[in-house]
Design a protein around this ligand. Sequence first.
Ligand SMILES: NC(=O)c1ccc[n+]([C@@H]2O[C@H](COP(=O)([O-])OP(=O)(O)OC[C@H]3O[C@@H](n4cnc5c(N)ncnc54)[C@H](OP(=O)(O)O)[C@@H]3O)[C@@H](O)[C@H]2O)c1
Length: 326
Amino acid sequence: MKAVQVSRFGEPGVLALADLPDPVPGPGRVAIDVTHAAVGLIDVYIRQGLFKDREGLPRPPYVPGLEVAGTVRALGEGVTGFTPGERVVALPGDGTGGYASVYVSDQARVVSTEGYVIEPALAAAVVPNAIMAHAALTGAIHLSAGESVLVHGALGAFAAVFPGVARKLGAARVVGTVRTGRMGAAAATRLPYDAVVDSAELPGALDGEKFDVIVDPVGGVLRTQSLDLLAPSGRLLLVGNAGGDWDHRIDGNRIWQGNITVAGFNAGAYLPAHPEAIRPAAEVALRAVADGLADTDIETLPLADAAAAHDRLERHAASGRMVLVP
Ligand SMILES: NC(=O)c1ccc[n+]([C@@H]2O[C@H](COP(=O)([O-])OP(=O)(O)OC[C@H]3O[C@@H](n4cnc5c(N)ncnc54)[C@H](OP(=O)(O)O)[C@@H]3O)[C@@H](O)[C@H]2O)c1
């Protein structure tokens, strides 16, 4: 098969095309002919070696990529419920294998997209993230119908699926924040935000509005500012550090004195522990995507451009989601 391999942790140039043997699915696993593989910031972190000491994550040489769309190629022993040729997406597993023409996944992480009209590039770009957003909003933060939600870094790959899924869960209002340079893109977005404000103008830009739930994939100062933007008994959901400030800390006294709940969600740990969350999440996520509630700008690139895609993601120079085509 055609694949992109990381030969050692390091700069984007460590990504190189390779010809590898076609993988064969073992028991309980499904082989997928990949049509599209999404490129995510997590792929960048793993390639940089940021998580090199974290158990369960790959070490070179490995094929990166953890969100794919394609069709079922072959079923391992004991797999039921899938048919060769069926359109599917695969959810993140151990962080490997997606940048290739064939991907093998545990059957629990494979979701059929049959019955939904969703372009495969969009499916790879948003369906796995939308399933994760559902798991986060229900399992970690218990969003209720009628509540309000604020999403930071509102146009980022993971953030972008939250408004649509939150709508499907009955959120009454969803507002986003972006950096000043992204206000133009925010004005043009098709994502179902009621409003998008400039994060540099917080809290003034919100005119005193407070939120039941804040979703924070950015971190840093924005995370601390969020404590002042929560409604009484509000919940802050931490899902990433896209801002790059891994040392930022929030003050525990402000949390207990403000009756604030801070929850974390990490799909890589959550989904294996809660496999029962995947099917109900998939139903809502697929409906949200098919209804156009996660319409994100997508750029498709050949597999050979993986290094360029990583370079742009690292420099925050991508305007939409980048998806590789093997
Ligand atoms: N918890 C989970 O299960 C899970 C799942 C997926 C992703 N994640 C995490 O979520 C984070 C985002 O990942 P992604 O794939 O969505 O990346 P992404 O597409 O690059 O999105 C990152 C977003 O954060 C914004 N941002 C970056 N630095 C910022 C700053 N200093 N201030 C304000 N906004 C800033 C970016 O804005 P610009 O467009 O202006 O650059 C962009 O909108 C990562 O930390 C990733 O590891 C977690």
